[in-house]
Design a protein around this ligand. Structure first.
Ligand SMILES: *[C@@H]1O[C@H](CO)[C@@H](O)[C@H](O)[C@H]1NC(C)=O
Length: 346
């Protein structure tokens, strides 16, 4: 019966929605022939405004002060946590108790300025305040070492409903599930390195924006920690040295940044994205994957800065003298990818 068919299609679409959560796709893109897409293409790519129709779909952005609650799933050594916390504190250093002006430009907070350009129909901007909130550890991997996408939502549920020290459910709270290298996640490496979505009241009791990012070290660093590892199908490229000495974690930092930028501008998958299908949107960081500096595009990262002492590549400064390499995001006014280390955008 046609009617039942339509209902079935609708239910299938609903069932597929959490699976099609908004994701960081592997970079550089590999085409069927095994050749590298975009290699040899214009170096002055920086996203092409002719092809991009980023549109606003009337939903909210994260306009209230944002608090990021990390959930450490699996075994997380203290030094790896410190690097990720330092990045999160760098998004708005004052909100995390750092002194004003302590971080030189180009800074992580400068990078967040592009995300703040996105507004919703109340004309409220994405918040300038991004604070590191409370944390939860699940070192014993209570949901197992192999997680489906729906399991990630259950990990968030466990954290906010825990009997001891649950994570708070606050107005600007977002939840960041970070999995250690031994944890397998559905479609990890093959299709995604991270994704963001929101929890369902029927599962968690609330609608909460959350993201997952996995540590790809030992699993697929050439996919998810690029350019700190280089795929075999890119001949003659040397990997960049990671600014915090850990390719897996330094690679995660850029994916975390990607997911936070998209979560802030499209938290309920109904605000800022390009493309007609909200299940497979192209969001403000998707448009700039693999671009970290001026001239970036195809297999070229764009111009990076070099740490004089370690030789590591980076493009942003953070708190405590830290340095990070973070992809750019789409600037809605300039209609191209933008970051504070740009040499030619003023
Ligand atoms: C808020 O967004 C508007 C519109 O994009 C922009 O012109 C303005 O500079 C933004 N404000 C801040 C503080 O970023």
């Amino acid at each position: 019966m046609p009617h039942r068919g339509a209902v079935l299609v609708f239910l299938l679409a609903l069932a597929a929605a959490p699976l099609a959560a908004v994701a960081w796709r592997p970079w550089p893109p590999r085409v069927a022939s095994g050749a590298l897409a975009g290699l040899g293409a214009s170096k002055k790519f920086e996203g092409s405004s002719n092809f991009v129709k980023l549109e606003y779909h009337m939903g909210p952005v994260l306009a209230a002060d944002i608090t990021v609650h990390p959930i450490w799933y699996g075994a997380w050594p203290a030094d790896q946590k410190r690097t990720i916390r330092a990045f999160l504190r760098s998004l708005s250093p004052q909100a995390s108790g750092e002194k004003e002006g302590a971080v030189p430009s180009p800074s992580v907070a400068d990078w967040w300025r592009t995300v703040r350009l996105y507004t919703d129909q109340t004309t409220a901007n994405v918040s300038a305040v991004v604070a590191l909130g409370q944390e939860k550890c699940d070192a014993r991997m209570s949901r197992g070492a192999s997680l489906s996408r729906m399991d990630i939502q259950s990990v968030v549920k466990d954290a906010v409903t825990a009997r001891t020290r649950p994570l708070p459910v606050d107005a600007g709270g977002v939840y960041l599930v970070l999995t250690s290298p031994e944890v397998r996640v559905e479609n990890f490496c093959g299709q995604v390195c991270g994704f963001h979505y929101f929890t369902f009241p029927s599962v968690v009791g609330y609608t909460l924006p959350y993201a997952w990012v996995g540590n790809s070290a030992g699993r697929c660093p050439e996919v998810c920690a690029y350019p700190f590892a280089i795929p075999a199908y890119v001949p003659g490229r040397r990997p960049e040295a990671p600014p915090n000495g850990d390719a897996g974690v330094d690679g995660m930092v850029s994916v975390i940044a990607h997911e936070l930028a998209e979560m802030a501008s499209n938290p309920l998958a109904n605000a800022w994205y390009a493309g007609g299908d909200p299940s497979f949107p192209t969001e403000i960081a998707d448009l700039c994957e693999g671009i970290y500096g001026t001239g970036g595009g195809g297999a070229y990262t764009g111009q990076l800065l070099t740490d004089g002492r370690s030789g590591a590549s980076y493009n942003l400064n953070g708190v405590g003298g830290r340095r990070f390499l973070v992809q750019w995001v789409w600037d809605p006014y300039r209609s191209y990818c933008s970051g504070p280390n740009a040499l030619d955008q003023h």
